[in-house]
Design a protein around this ligand. Structure first.
Ligand code: 5AD
Ligand code: SF4
Length: 437
């Protein structure tokens, strides 16, 4: 009998991309094949995100588009990931198209769930685990320049807006030797850059080693040129971690430091556990320790009861710190979160949108000035692949800024590190002159 063919679509964060690689590995071991189109598949899996309303809506849209495949060909449809975990039986209603639901800690059960579904019985596994780290499963990744490596899973912070503690459960770390083995395997297959992933990555601790130890161990793997990490929480930045980032040449000088808001009352309501002054002090400390660090952030606008003058403090934070870039999100109430249970989502859609637009406009100006300021500098670029045009290469600076330059050098290939002189810039991209050496 022909092996059933699976099509997987991934939504959301890099952790979900990584989980899709785990799912591929688990299914491959049980004889499943893969296809790049839903039309050619026997099984369609959507690995979903629950972080904001629009992530949800996207998945519902895709489910609707799968209806004809279900009716015409009887494909098995599975929903994996955070939305599966968060909505559980809501998604499995009698008339639902969905045959299988599996939360982020239940992927080992997936082959059995799919067999059950093929036999005509809806199947679900959404228990969260305190231990599951998929330690023995090697992700099935496409060999390339960059790899994601999950080093811890779950989150214990309970920021009041955030659904992650409910969809991904308690924090747990993989052991350092296990993570290093995975990075060595990636390096052997040609990977040059690893990004260490965790919902709260810098609270990593395996009982013996902390996150700074892990970063240094990752950066010492032969063949690895760059180590990045995402997403950290400002509460876990001891000197030791700053020293590691500042001193190790292979640890990228880029820190994504989600601020979320610039007002103390809102930060307290969000349970971020720092004040705006403490956040600013941390930024100062980082920049003193390592002046070339590129800082980026996440901001939420229109959180419950946020007043205009409070929002303006967030505006001022962006003006003052001048991040290289910032993701600005409209607050979106999520089922089960503390904010959904305790606070009214009472900032109007219009005001939320106005605040988001203003913050994005402000940040676009800052990012443009930041990038224009690099004109004339020579930056080391890790080539990732072709640019939008076939006569250009695309890569990134150590600080993670996308850089495009002409293909005048015959010997370059994805994975090459090359010095490039910056000659032009836009809000999101640096443009370089032909490679220098
Ligand atoms: N509404 C809007 N943005 C959110 N984020 C997390 N939860 C929400 C929510 N309910 C944002 C935060 C976080 C990023 C990954 O997504 O800024 O850092
Ligand atoms: Fe979305 Fe968060 Fe789940 Fe990632 S961990 S898929 S961002 S809800």
């Amino acid at each position: 009998m022909r092996a059933p063919c699976v099509y997987i679509e991934t939504f959301g964060c890099q952790m979900n991309e990584y989980d899709t690689e785990l799912v591929r590995s688990i299914l491959k071991n049980r004889g499943y094949g893969f296809t790049d189109t839903a039309d050619a598949a026997d099984v369609v899996l959507l690995n979903t995100c629950a972080i904001r309303e629009n992530a949800h809506n996207k998945v519902y849209g895709h489910l609707g588009a799968l209806k004809h495949l279900k009716e015409d060909k009887g494909v098995v449809i599975g929903v994996l990931g955070c939305m599966a975990q968060n909505l559980k039986t809501d998604l499995m209603g009698k008339d639902s198209l969905i045959d299988v639901l599996a939360g982020p800690d239940s992927y080992r059960a997936l082959p059995d769930l799919l067999e059950q579904a093929a036999a005509g019985k809806k199947a679900l596994a959404v228990d969260l685990s305190e231990y599951e780290t998929y330690v023995d499963i090697a992700p099935d990744r496409v060999a390339g320049v960059a790899a994601w490596v999950a080093v811890m899973r779950g989150c214990d912070n309970f920021c009041t807006f955030c659904v992650v503690p409910y969809t991904r459960g308690r924090e747990r770390s993989r052991t350092l030797p296990d993570v290093v083995r995975e990075i060595e395997a990636a390096a052997e297959s040609g990977c040059k850059q690893v990004t260490l992933l965790g919902q709260n990555v810098n609270s990593y601790h395996d009982g013996t080693s902390d996150f700074a130890d892990l970063l240094c161990a990752a950066a010492s793997v032969s063949g690895i040129e760059r180590v990045r990490f995402t997403s950290p929480h400002p509460k876990d930045f001891p000197e030791k971690l700053l020293d590691a980032v500042a001193e190790h040449p292979k640890i990228c000088k880029h820190i994504h430091l989600p601020a979320q808001a610039g007002n103390d009352r809102i930060l307290a309501m969000m349970n971020r556990t720092y004040t705006c002054t403490e956040y600013r002090k941390l930024v100062e400390q980082i920049l003193t320790r390592c002046p070339q660090i590129v800082l980026t952030t996440d901001i939420i606008a229109g959180f419950c009861s946020e007043a205009d003058d409070e929002y303006k403090e967030t505006y001022r934070l962006l003006e003052d710190i001048r991040f290289a870039s910032a993701y600005v999100f409209k607050y979106s109430e999520r089922k089960h979160t503390i904010a959904a249970r305790k606070f009214a989502d009472d900032v109007s859609e219009q005001v939320k949108s106005e605040r988001v637009t203003q913050l994005i406009e402000l940040q676009r100006g800052i990012s443009l000035a930041y990038n224009l300021g690099m004109i004339g500098e020579v930056m080391e670029i890790l080539v990732e692949g072709e640019g939008k045009r076939a006569d250009q290469w695309m890569g990134r600076t150590d600080g993670n800024i996308v850089t495009v330059f002409p293909k005048t050098h015959g010997t370059l290939k994805p994975g090459s590190l090359i010095s490039v002189r910056i000659v032009d810039a836009t809000v999101t991209t640096l443009y370089g002159e032909s490679a220098l050496s």
